[in-house]
Design a binder for this molecule. Structure first.
Ligand SMILES: *Cc1c(COP(=O)(O)O)cnc(C)c1O
Length: 354
């Protein structure tokens, strides 16, 4: 830290992303990426012609990309905003609407408290229930911005669209952000509410269900007014926030619904296999609607299980946080990767029961 740093940044605790080892020696099940490659059309698309075009700025209005998203969801283009990852959408949202305070769960996506601190906002943390479910009634009438990951991370549990509607209706003067990073793996989307509720913003990402985590692309859907607010922030910050290649790849991804469906269905099936296998070994595994599971091993602590898996070449995520330190979050990979996880688990359990 230099002595020149703004004082409020000296106390900021930056977000700590999951490990990204560059040598690929691991079965990588720690950051909820897709184990499958992007759709075939994307492989052909990045050719010399596209690289030559990189001398030009990208389209600040992202017309083609937004048209493809509008087509996919069957909504008006004016209700869509695109960003450099959904993290950027969230950051713009906190800046735009967080000044009356923000509310989110005590156990949820770790970036929310970072944005709160970065922008100096007032935070209200709402504990999850004992079983790690969200008590939606706790968000009613808070008179502050509500941010709900649905399904939630790292639990994989979801709340209903009706609960979201109630939260939006009882906080009429605040925005309700529904972070749907994982909705394509089984949750119920609040997208159907955006025409009715002018204060709901649905946030999506290409990182989890569209095999493009490294391309950095996210988007938001909501009333034209909310989208105009986000554009106001973006054009005050970085008008070219989505680069040309990413915009092209995102467009093509949206156009291949078959590939999208086949990948997410494979993950849903593999999730069931993994859940069943771990439960049959005595693990407590939460019912997940996401592309990961949250599991508490038996006869071994969460941290030890994480460390031993790592020593055996399998990377999962452990959060050293009071309520959840007994658990690990395991991304759903291919069937083969999950078989490896189960084999290594058996080996570890056998060793520690000796
Ligand atoms: C992964 C994730 C994001 C971030 O996604 P990017 O588009 O890669 O920035 C946002 N919210 C939740 C809940 C996530 O798990």
């Amino acid at each position: 830290m230099s002595r020149f740093l703004a004082e409020k940044l000296t106390v900021l605790k930056p977000y700590v992303p999951g490990e990204q080892p560059q040598d690929m020696q691991y079965v990588k099940l720690n950051t909820n990426e897709s184990p499958y490659p992007p759709a075939p059309a994307l492989m052909e698309a990045v050719n010399n012609e596209e690289i030559k075009k990189l001398r030009l700025y990208s389209d600040p209005e992202l017309k083609e990309l937004i048209a493809a998203i509008a087509e996919f969801h069957g909504i008006n283009e004016k209700k869509i905003f695109c960003s450099n990852g959904s993290d950027e959408v969230l950051s713009f949202a906190f800046l735009a609407w967080g000044d009356k305070g923000v509310a989110y769960a005590d156990i949820t996506y770790g970036f929310y408290p970072v944005f709160t601190q970065l922008y100096g906002l007032n935070e209200k943390m709402i504990p999850l229930k004992e079983d790690f479910s969200i008590d939606a009634t706790e968000y009613e009438g808070l008179n502050r911005m509500c941010v709900i990951a649905n399904p939630n991370a790292p639990t994989g549990k979801a709340i209903s669209v009706e609960s979201i509607r109630k939260i939006a209706e009882t906080n009429p003067d605040n925005v309700v952000i529904v972070d749907e990073a994982y909705v394509d793996f089984g949750g119920e989307s609040a997208l159907s509410l955006i025409d009715e509720c002018e204060n709901i913003l649905v946030v999506r990402t290409f990182s989890k269900s569209r095999q493009l985590a490294g391309a950095r692309l996210g988007y938001a859907m909501g009333s034209e007014e909310l989208i105009a607010d986000l554009n106001r922030v973006k054009f005050s910050f970085n008008p070219y926030n989505v680069n040309r290649l990413t915009s092209l790849l995102g467009t093509l991804s949206m156009q291949d619904k078959q590939w999208f469906d086949s990948c997410r269905n494979k993950i849903i099936n593999t999730r069931k296999y993994t859940t069943d296998e771990l439960r049959s070994r005595g693990f407590d595994v939460l019912d997940s609607l996401a592309n990961f599971i949250f599991a508490k091993p038996c006869d071994i602590s969460g941290e030890e299980y994480y460390l031993k898996l790592k020593a055996n070449g399998v990377l999962v995520r452990h959060f050293n946080k009071d309520r959840i330190k007994d658990y690990v979050r395991i991304t759903i990979g291919t069937d083969k990767e999950m078989q490896t996880l189960i084999e290594k688990t058996d080996k570890i359990l056998k060793e520690c029961r000796k």
